[in-house]
Design a protein around this ligand. Structure first.
Ligand SMILES: Nc1nc2c(ncn2[C@@H]2O[C@H](COP(=O)(O)OP(=O)(O)OP(=O)(O)O)[C@@H](O)[C@H]2O)c(=O)[nH]1
Ligand SMILES: [Mg+2]
Length: 314
């Protein structure tokens, strides 16, 4: 599969989708194509990458749709991506089916891409990063990444984004108890959604509880806002806050970290592929297994010897 970058640059969606499929494909001949592709894709630092996480049902997709529509009105081009860590393991996608976003998907300045339906373990993060770069190359400047709170996906999303938004529901203290350790602290913005109808007061209570729980931890630099995605309430405030946070002085430092992370993940991927495909290592492993089994070698010595073999190969 060859990709025509000029087509992507001039707004050809099918070509962009083709390139993303290639990036998600772990076969080594695809990786060679991807390698060629990224020789010609510059890194664009004029965009904003926002990760949105929160427990299932808190309204992430609903909020993303409204934020996306607002950003388009403000002249942005919006890409919505999903990270779903369940997909590489079971070949399915929890999130993929759920990000329908009917209104947003009708917009010509929106591009919605469900999570990779297959992929390599540990590769979701770097293939998503490459997808971000491709979308930016295609002119999308407002990148929204939805992730569910499974496995390491929020932490991966953090390494891919400039701004981390945690979306809470008005679910009383139970939800706060249940939030994975460290997630609130990673956030730049916390939004308590469903600030409407019967849950309006509860959303305000939740906001107060979140403020308290952060205050107790000595954290006072996280913005907590109320919103109603359904009623399109509070979207303007969130949008403005996102824009002002993106002008933060740490922006470039954070972007450099994102690239570092990409390179490290890519390197690990290449090393593991090299190991899987190397006949020498397979042979050496077979010998070592016996030696360890008979206590002639320690496992650590075996690892060193595999690394030596790998160095020869590379
Ligand atoms: N009352 C109210 N309901 C909302 C609001 N936002 C979303 N919902 C409802 O909450 C449910 C879940 O919304 P989604 O946007 O799919 O939530 P999600 O967080 O993306 O869910 P998952 O992708 O399953 O994790 C839907 O029934 C929405 O209609 C809101 O602001 N107010
Ligand atoms: Mg969703």
């Amino acid at each position: 599969m060859t990709i025509d970058l000029k087509k992507i640059k001039t707004g050809d969606r099918r070509e962009l989708a083709k390139a993303i499929t290639l990036v998600e494909d772990s076969r080594s001949d695809s990786k060679l194509e991807v390698e060629k592709l990224f020789k010609n894709i510059p890194i664009d630092n004029k965009t904003i990458r926002i990760a949105i996480t929160g427990i299932p049902g808190s309204g992430k997709s609903s909020l993303i749709e409204k934020l996306g529509l607002y950003a388009i009105k403000e002249g942005k081009k919006v890409a919505v991506l999903a990270i779903d860590p369940s997909s590489p393991i079971n070949g399915g996608s929890i999130l993929g089916d759920k990000i329908r976003m009917e209104q947003l998907s009708l917009e010509k300045n929106a591009f919605i891409r469900p999570s990779p339906s297959r992929g390599h373990l540990g590769g979701v993060a770097f293939s998503t990063f490459e997808t971000i770069l491709l979308c930016e190359y295609a002119g999308f400047d407002f990148i929204l990444i939805e992730t569910i709170g499974v496995g390491q996906s929020e932490f991966e999303a953090k390494t891919l984004s400039d701004i981390f938004l945690y979306l809470a529901g008005p679910n009383t203290g139970d939800e706060i108890q249940g939030i994975k350790r460290g997630i609130l602290e990673l956030s730049d913005i916390i939004v308590v959604n469903k600030h409407d109808g019967d849950s309006k007061i509860q959303a305000e209570v939740t906001k107060g509880q979140l403020e308290n729980s952060l205050h107790i931890k000595g954290i006072d630099n996280i913005n907590i806002l109320l919103a109603s995605a359904i009623k399109n309430d509070g979207i303007l405030e969130i949008y403005n806050l996102l824009l002002s946070l993106s002008k933060n002085k740490n922006f470039f430092e954070n972007r450099k970290k994102q690239v570092d992370n990409w390179i490290i993940n890519l390197t690990l991927h290449y090393i593991s592929e090299e190991m899987k495909n190397s006949k020498n290592i397979k042979m050496r492993l077979a010998e070592l297994k016996d030696e360890i089994w008979m206590s002639k070698k320690s496992s650590y010595d075996a690892v060193k010897s595999i690394i030596k073999e790998l160095k020869k190969d590379i």
